[in-house]
Design a protein around this ligand. Structure first.
Ligand SMILES: Cc1cc2nc3c(=O)[nH]c(=O)nc-3n(C[C@H](O)[C@H](O)[C@H](O)COP(=O)(O)O)c2cc1C
Length: 462
């Protein structure tokens, strides 16, 4: 699998350094030539002799060892990939800032082929905004990051920060070195759309966008030319359009679809949106405004307020009246005056009457959003792009998914069960069923979203 590949492993001083001995064995077993460079601190946690024996190569620590008249860090850059595992917060910070005060760091700085960084650290260190900022910076610059898992940590606590298993590091290395999707253009949508009610309120859903992001990251690592259309902004090294609402997403997806080999609709797009968006924040209480305009609060106190056309308070009207007709409002409206309604709603003429007087409640009218998946399938000419949909069901998963794939007209449908707490929405894991047009079903058992993403991409392009 990795025959004749030259892999350079960089080990920094994380407690999981001992696990890298096994990774060296795995790479060698797969046919690779492995060399190892350690930070001086890492020598406290794993020995040079062990790594030399396992790699069958000299192991490097010192900046000033010269091999064939080339400084070591330059000689080492002739490898096909640099895998830094475990990558400590310290080493990550230094790479992100161009600091080269040991051999591993000088090599990383001079390395022009792919670099895979595998962080491992205590949860608080990982959550430190400075570490997160460094990770984002490196990711944006094109470094591959295999983010830590959640689990038991050597410091005795549980949380995010645990180094990915060596099997996952191995798979990720293969993925990067044999870019199976090179030349493929793939568009992925991610996140839950936000259907705006007013400038500060919206209707959304529980989708975190993690599944879509995992697919985009994996496709990128596999060499694809990725376009991500997400409801949030990312710092990813591939093209990222932000579409907050279903209508924004529809526009971008439809514009970009003709240029793609594959479109994967992982976003949770709201089926409905609010008909009348209020450009002003909706306030509690009754409001007034001209017919056809969105009302805004003029006064509080529970009474109804009626203004004449010139914005002066109308005369001869009962301000405390409970109905429009009692207040003389109907007459006022007919004379072109202002209408009374609830905050944020649009007042309108109803045969000379003003509406929105039905009490202290507010009614949001929802209208149907476009079915983006169905529309791009219908508009596609021929078999390209391959179109993949997602469906989240809380009951009768398979039956509903079978109906849905036929209704939407897509090539594959990925179904997941959102009634389970341990998978799906906002979780780091998922378990899915892949259904094709012939209604054949493939079950992918519970796994990390990264691994599920890989299986989905393999299924699409097999
Ligand atoms: C026993 C031990 C385990 C450590 N494990 C980690 C770790 O998993 N992740 C981390 O970021 N730092 C860890 N540290 C702290 C780093 O070793 C320390 O920041 C060091 O300066 C890193 O040096 P290096 O990045 O040059 O290898 C550990 C320290 C000790 C003593």
């Amino acid at each position: 699998m990795l025959e004749n590949k030259n892999i350079l492993i960089g080990i920094s001083a994380g407690i999981s350094a001992y696990k890298i001995c096994e990774l060296v064995r795995m790479y060698r077993k797969a046919g690779a030539n492995v060399r190892v460079v350690l930070t001086p601190n890492a020598l406290n946690l794993v020995t040079k002799l062990t790594l030399e024996t396992l790699s069958n190569n000299e192991v490097y620590v010192n900046n000033f060892e010269i091999d064939e008249y080339k400084p070591e860090h330059i000689a080492l850059t002739e490898s096909d990939i640099l895998v830094i595992a475990p990558a400590t917060a310290n080493t990550i910070g230094k790479i992100a800032n161009g600091i080269c005060d040991n051999l591993l760091l000088s090599t990383a700085c001079a390395f022009s082929k792919p670099t895979l960084i595998v962080p491992a650290m205590n949860t608080n260190m990982w959550n430190n905004p400075i570490v997160q900022e460094n990770i984002r910076k490196l990711s944006k610059l094109g470094y591959h990051i295999l983010e830590p898992a959640s689990g038991y940590l050597a410091c005795g606590t549980s949380g995010v920060g645990r180094m990915r298993e060596v099997e996952e590091i191995f798979d990720k290395t293969v993925e990067i070195m044999t870019p199976k999707l090179k030349g493929k253009k793939i568009l992925i949508t991610a996140g839950g759309t936000r259907e705006k009610i007013d400038p500060v309120r919206y209707i959304t859903n529980a989708s975190s966008g993690k599944m879509g992001l995992a697919i985009a990251d994996t496709a990128h690592a596999m060499g694809a030319d990725v376009t991500l259309v997400s409801t949030f902004k990312t710092d990813k090294p591939y093209l990222n359009y932000v579409a907050e609402t279903a209508l924004e997403m529809e526009k971008i997806v439809k514009e970009q679809t003709p240029f793609q080999d594959c479109v994967i609709m992982a976003a949770a797009v709201s089926d409905y949106r609010v008909e009348n968006y209020s450009s002003q924040k909706i306030k509690r209480g009754k409001c007034i405004g001209p017919a056809g305009e969105t009302t805004s609060l003029m006064s509080s106190g529970g009474g109804k307020y009626i203004m004449s056309a010139d914005n002066n308070e109308a005369t001869g009207l009962d301000k405390n009246a409970e109905s429009a007709s009692n207040a003389g409002l109907q007459a006022e409206c007919q004379q072109g005056g202002k209408c009374i309604g609830l905050a944020g709603e649009t007042t309108s003429w109803m045969g000379g009457e003003c509406i929105n007087l039905e009490g202290n409640s507010i009614t949001l009218k929802l209208v149907e959003n476009p079915d983006i998946l169905k529309e791009i399938c219908a508009e596609r000419k021929g078999e390209t792009p391959i179109i993949v949909g997602f469906c989240a069901e809380s009951e009768n998963l398979i039956e509903n998914a079978k109906i849905k794939i036929q209704h939407k007209g897509c090539d594959l449908l990925i179904a997941n069960d959102i009634s389970r707490k341990d998978i799906g929405f906002d979780s780091d894991s998922n378990e899915v069923y892949i259904i094709n047009r012939e209604l054949n079903i493939k079950h992918i058992e519970k796994d990390t979203k990264q691994n599920i993403a890989k299986r989905i991409l393999e299924e699409i392009f097999e």
